[in-house]
Design a protein around this ligand. Sequence first.
Ligand code: A2P
Length: 315
Amino acid sequence: MPLLGLGTWKSSPGEVKAAVIAAIEQGYRHIDCAAIYGNEKEIGEALKECFDRGLVKREDLFITSKLWASKSHPELVRSACEKTLADLQLSFMDLYLIHWPFFFSQDTTALPPKPEQALGYDPAQYLAVWREMEKLVDAGLTKHIGTSNASAKKLSELLPQARIQPAANQVESHPYLAQQRLKKFFDENRIVLTAYSPLGSPDRPGVADTDPKPLADPVVKTLAERLGATPAQIVLAFQIKRGAVAIPKSTNPDRIKQNYDSLVVGERLSEADMTALLSLDGKGRLIQGKAFVSSRQPTPQDLWDEDWEKENVSL
Ligand code: A2P
């Protein structure tokens, strides 16, 4: 799995096709998608154009997509996967993830849904959906399956029952939320941590001026100046250096290239630099997941099982 991928959350239709082509021209071989991003058809057009131009072959690419919360019902998994494959114009994915461990009712298209449509986490349903994900591998529709936004606690419930183990779990991570305990738990269970919002998602919905900004952090900026890099390259290199996968989103060709070049910057980060970056951990979770708050998980804090993690995963 290439350590750097192009993120496509928040990449608008009308922009994402050019972004994907620019990324592949630049050398990216990993594109992160999801049905809920509403742009998979255009990404499919971009991929087809790249194949038709002979830029890459299908087997050179690593394509991820995700099963949306309102499709996280056992009877809907296969058709949702097939819809994504049709939109992406692919016959298989490399990785298909359950987007959230919290479910919405099937009739929900709104985000956030009405409170009664947010069904929360149910271990039995999570396992039933996982069983269907396993069948997608059997059917050759995806090479690997995984989870997203799953806590160590939820995975500790799923792993002993899984016939096919999750290959990756995608969670928010940047220097202000390094997810060190989660990373340790994943390492012990041979699960790749894919860092979403690795730049702190300055374009995320509901962002406030007062929110923490990892790219503006003095430690990050000082390191960038010393290493002749940009703050974005430092926070991406931070993930790559510790063996996590990063999926920065950009629709700007210069920043797409700049982000790709963080692969080289990673080689310049020393252990002391990594320690300095890890010292920033704890300054903030930026994606609260408020849309998933339900009667089962009544506050955003209830979504992440952080207390369980502290009690059960020692650093
Ligand atoms: P743009 O698409 O105009 O480049 P994340 O991946 O954490 O969700 O962050 C995505 C946001 O960060 C987008 O607003 C994107 O804007 C911006 N961005 C992407 N690359 C860089 C970069 N190298 N430097 C600064 N901002 C960047």
